[in-house]
Design a binder for this molecule. Structure first.
Ligand SMILES: Nc1ncnc2c1ncn2[C@@H]1O[C@H](COP(=O)(O)OP(=O)(O)OP(=O)(O)O)[C@@H](O)[C@H]1O
Ligand SMILES: [Mg+2]
Length: 371
């Protein structure tokens, strides 16, 4: 049996990766520079990490070195420093004389039997400021290395730094990074609300980074790519791609996830009509155990608001909608919409509110249809 050509877990590379030629070129240019500072910015599940890792793979083919540090498991700035140290060690194959580099800056650290250095965990109990001094020293060590050999540091989920260090840590971090003449810094993060705040005028990273925005993949290109995988697998033309995009919305992962389920259905019953719609119905049933608790957690008013959004009403706060769904006055509604945006259930787009998770939307729409 043919393997499923759509992959939804982790980072996608190779034949699973839908080309992002423009974005890859921009990232590769940055990786080819010296002392560059870039922020890769975009909504969740859009494909930021995949772009960065595919660019890193190409850079390595060209003998450049890229340290990829995903700091999502970190719970302190010391952890961040250690994740970077480990990733650096992996990339450089232990070629660095850590003893020498770290002793110079007088940080207490240990080196395990494989030669991997770690800052002492006792440091986690120290103030954010002290931990940041150590983190800056680690970054400086990378910059020293980059003076000899081209090096890029990718820091994924970087908005977590703010959680550990508060705003003053940002200023310290900025001044450390600013001095780096050799190391390229590429930062990415998925919580756009926190990152937007970090980039405001009174904060340290205002106008600091070159920004690369990651939006949706071009719809026509993506639909053709999806249909092409079906054609390859089944030897006949399919047109499921456009419908997957229409049903799953703009985020790459959601579209690929629906395409994956559509492919499973096509394998089981090749003649099925309206196959992407059947696939989203099936996906939502499969995820009932995960989606239902999300619904049960909401207040009755929040549930009513989600019903409005799921039924694709154009004017969510019009008098007619308010009357039809029994909602409170529009001034009170705005507050509740905002709360749902803050908790990542809804997102606000230029055309109005929509579900962050299109499958949750479909689940609520099914609930409405049943009622
Ligand atoms: N270019 C691509 N080609 C194919 N699938 C992709 C591509 N980009 C993203 N995806 C799909 O989306 C999923 C999430 O991608 P990725 O982790 O790169 O997104 P992200 O923007 O970093 O997400 P997050 O905001 O959660 O960190 C991948 O596992 C894959 O299923
Ligand atoms: Mg990511």
């Amino acid at each position: 049996m043919q393997g499923n050509p759509f992959k939804v877990s982790g980072i996608v590379t190779g034949k699973y990766f839908i080309d992002r030629a423009d974005e890859l070129r921009t990232v590769l240019e940055t990786m080819g520079g010296q002392g560059e500072k870039m922020l890769v910015y975009g909504a969740r599940r859009m494909g930021k990490s995949s772009i960065l890792l595919n660019a890193a793979a190409r850079m390595r083919e060209a003998t450049g070195q890229v340290v990829y540090a995903d700091i999502s498991p970190a719970t302190s700035l010391t952890d961040v420093a250690n994740i970077i140290l480990h990733a650096f060690n992996k990339e450089t194959g232990g070629a660095v004389n850590w003893m020498e580099l770290l002793r110079q800056i007088q940080i207490s650290f240990t080196i395990n039997s494989q030669g991997v250095p770690s800052l002492d965990v006792g440091l986690k109990k120290e103030s954010a400021q002290k931990q940041l001094v150590c983190l800056s020293a680690v970054l400086d060590a990378l910059d020293d290395y980059a003076a000899q050999k081209k090096l890029t540091l990718i820091l994924d989920e970087f908005q977590k730094m703010v959680e550990f260090g508060a705003e003053e840590a940002e200023w310290q971090l900025r001044s450390a990074i600013q001095q780096h003449q050799h190391l390229n810094h590429i930062y990415a993060g998925s919580q756009t609300r926190i990152i937007d705040q970090m980039l405001t005028k009174d904060r340290a990273f205002y106008r600091f980074f070159e920004i690369l925005s990651i939006g949706p993949i071009d719809e026509t290109f993506m639909a053709e790519w999806i249909d092409g995988r079906f054609q390859q697998a089944f030897g006949k033309s399919y047109s499921a791609g456009a419908e997957c995009i229409r049903l799953a919305g703009p985020r790459t992962r959601d579209i690929v996830k629906l395409a994956r389920k559509t492919f499973v259905l096509a394998q089981r019953s090749p003649k099925i009509n309206d196959i992407a719609r059947a696939a989203i119905d099936r996906l939502v049933q499969d995820e009932d155990d995960f989606l239902r608790p999300q619904w049960d957690h909401l207040s009755n008013l929040q549930k009513d608001i989600l019903k409005v959004v799921a039924s694709d009403v154009k004017e969510v706060s019009s008098q007619e909608t308010i009357a039809r769904f029994g909602l409170p006055s529009s001034s009170k509604l705005a507050y509740h919409f905002n709360a749902l945006v803050k908790s990542d259930v809804l997102e606000k787009s230029p055309v109005g509110y929509r579900f962050d998770n299109p499958f949750f939307k479909h689940w609520v729409a099914q609930l409405l249809a049943e009622a």
